[in-house]
Write a protein that binds this ligand. Sequence first.
Ligand code: HEM
Length: 204
Amino acid sequence: MSKVKMYTRFERFWHWCQSAIILALLVTGLQIHFTGLTLLDFATAVQLHRVFAWAFLGLAAFAIFWHITSGEWKQYLPTNQSLGAMVKFYLVGMFKTHEHPVRKTRTQKLNPLQRLVYLGFKILIFPVLATSGLAYMYWDSIQRSFGLETVPLSLIAVVHLAAAYIMVVFLIGHLYMITTGRTVAANLKAMITGWDEEHGATSA
Ligand code: HEM
């Protein structure tokens, strides 16, 4: 096993900023949805949600630029090689301390299952969240411009909420997977310091 700089400075900055922003969007979004909650008053929650939404979009623009210019987007290309082995490992092997079926290297940081999940988020869940969120913000103008007067805002809210719930399920899974590295804290440390072992590491 050798230690390598697995995550660049920008990647870690992007990861932790995105985590903080998504958490803030989740808390403010839940406050908007569940009016019985008393974490923030409704107007403040709406205002903050909009500010964090723009921060999220700004960060996403930088991240897209970085992925394209660095070639890191290739890490998300799906593959069915070892996909079955990965599922078996997560369901059984991991609890029997079997060896990880996929070698984690600087150029192949994600295992086939992670590739599928992260790609799904990048091309489906995030775009649905952002598009429905922007539609939510500008619904009056959109309705007038495209003759959508009969489409109620509640439909946009349902789509946005559904994507937010999928996000919550992902977050819970992601937090659990973080703890399944060589040691409970190994994956977390790697995303903080950037350094990780190149071989046999499970990753979140
Ligand atoms: C670019 C990203 C996003 C944009 C533009 C956006 C925008 C919005 C807007 C405009 C609203 C309605 C409140 C208002 O009038 O301001 C809203 C509600 C909400 N957002 Fe977001 N949002 C985004 C991302 C997220 C994320 C990542 C989550 C959760 C992880 C989330 C969760 C919610 C929830 C739960 C509601 C309440 C929905 C309802 O029941 O009406 N949003 N969002």
